[in-house]
Every structure is written in structure tokens, then in C-alpha cells.
Write a protein that binds this ligand. Structure first.
Ligand code: TYD
Length: 213
């Protein structure tokens, strides 16, 4: 079972993933938690460059950075884990490229689909959970988090993009969810954390027969 988590900046994926993974461990379910960019060794090396707000990366350089990470991530981490029957939970995957580079930057979606298909060997998640909320609410959370850790990170490049960019990314995600209704489930990420978590446990019970408290 391969599950991806997607959403705009500040949608609260990481916090919910912490609770989810703790619950999976309590149930004795064997799982791998991973993320993009950074799920592979090459991705971990590229991540600071890809996300550094002070880098002037050419769009294609950025795109191929995400794709290089994904190719390695699939072959070295995701496929081997699925082969031994682990549940794989990835914080972002191929839909991020369609939402950010495609809908956000305006790169050709057909080209991106083809590239995603090529680097993943056609491996799509069984389930994609989309954390949806208003862009303004997400960015408000991000800015208050960044203020708390001022000076500790420069990985804020996407967060610093204008609000219209984030609106296009959100719209892109919603279109993807509409195009793939079998694979996508939406959660209302504007709700308090316990309620978001409750939505996730309901989805996992319904879609994956995984029952968590
Ligand atoms: P990260 O710090 O992991 O943020 P988040 O907590 O929001 O997931 O940053 C990942 C950033 O990289 C995020 O802004 C989205 C962007 N991204 C792309 O633009 N394209 C991609 O293919 C991927 C995987 C991520």
C-alpha cells in the first residue's frame, strides 16, 4: 500500500503525519515514512539547493532536481519497501510536480506527466490524501512558524512566492483530485488538528482497512 500526502504550504501535513506514524507503530503495522524532496541520498543532497530562497535556479534545473530525487526514491526506497509488504507513506510525490511546476510555474503538463511516468516507471500511489485549505490560512501558519525559527533555515523559496502562485498550486491540486477521484481523498485542513487526524483515520479505514485510534 502506497499512500502520498499532498497540499499547499502550511497545510499541516507534517504534524498529522507525526500522529499517524505514531499510531501505525502502536498497532505494529510495518511502514516506511518518507518524503520529497529528500527521500533519496541524491534528494537529500539536492534539497538545500532546491528549496534555498537565495538560489536563482533555472526552472528546468529545479524540475530535473525534483525528478532525479524521485527516480532514486522510487528505485531505492519505495519499490523495495512495497515489495516486502510495508505500507509506504510519502510526504509529497509526483503530484507535487504537476501542482507546483505545472499549475504554479506554468510548465507543460503533458511533458510533466510524461517525465513523472518515466522516472517512476509508472508507479502511482494507491491513495493520495490532499490537505486542502485557503491559501491565506496556509501562508499565515507558515509565516508564524518561520518567525519562530528565524535564521535557522533558508528552505523557504516556495513560501516566498507571490500569493497568486499559491492559488494556482491549490487550484491545480483540486483539478488533479477531480481528474483522479478513485485515488484522491480530500481532507479539510482548516479544521483543528484532532479533526484533521480523525478524517485521515476514517479514510484509512475505508480505503485501506487500516483501523487506528
Ligand atoms: P518542504 O519543506 O518539504 O515543505 P512542505 O512541508 O510544504 O512539504 O518543501 C517542499 C517544497 O518543494 C514545497 O514548497 C513544494 C516543493 N516541491 C515542488 O515544487 N515540486 C516537487 O516535485 C516537490 C516534490 C516539491
Amino acid at each position: 500500500m502506497f499512500i502520498s500526502f499532498e497540499g499547499i504550504e502550511g497545510s499541516g501535513k507534517s504534524t498529522t503525519l507525526n500522529s499517524l506514524c505514531a499510531a501505525l507503530a502502536d498497532e505494529g503495522i510495518s511502514f516506511v515514512r518518507t518524503n520529497e524532496p529528500g527521500g533519496s541520498a541524491i534528494g537529500r543532497a539536492l534539497r538545500p539547493l532546491l528549496l534555498d530562497r537565495d538560489q536563482q535556479l533555472a526552472q528546468l534545473a529545479e524540475l530535473f532536481g525534483f525528478l532525479a530525487d524521485r527516480a532514486q526514491h522510487v528505485s531505492a526506497v519505495i519499490r523495495p519497501a512495497l515489495e516486502i509488504g510495508d505500507v509506504v507513506i510519502s510526504d509529497r510525490y509526483a503530484d507535487s510536480t504537476i501542482a507546483y511546476q505545472g499549475y504554479g510555474w506554468g510548465m507543460d503538463i503533458n511533458m510533466l506527466n510524461w517525465l513523472n511516468q518515466t522516472v517512476t516507471g509508472g508507479l502511482a500511489p494507491d491513495l493520495t490524501i490532499l490537505f486542502d485549505l485557503e491559501v491565506e490560512d496556509g501562508l499565515r501558519r507558515v509565516f508564524s512558524r518561520n518567525a519562530d525559527r528565524a535564521g535557522q533555515t533558508t528552505e523557504e523559496r516556495f513560501e516566498a512566492e507571490p500569493i497568486d502562485f499559491h492559488r494556482r498550486v491549490r487550484e491545480g491540486y483540486l483539478k488533479l483530485a477531480e481528474m483522479h477521484p478513485q485515488r484522491f481523498r480530500l481532507v479539510d485542513a482548516s479544521l483543528p488538528q484532532e479533526m484533521v487526524y480523525g478524517q485521515i483515520t476514517d479514510i484509512l479505514a475505508e480505503r485501506c482497512s487500516i483501523y487506528l485510534s
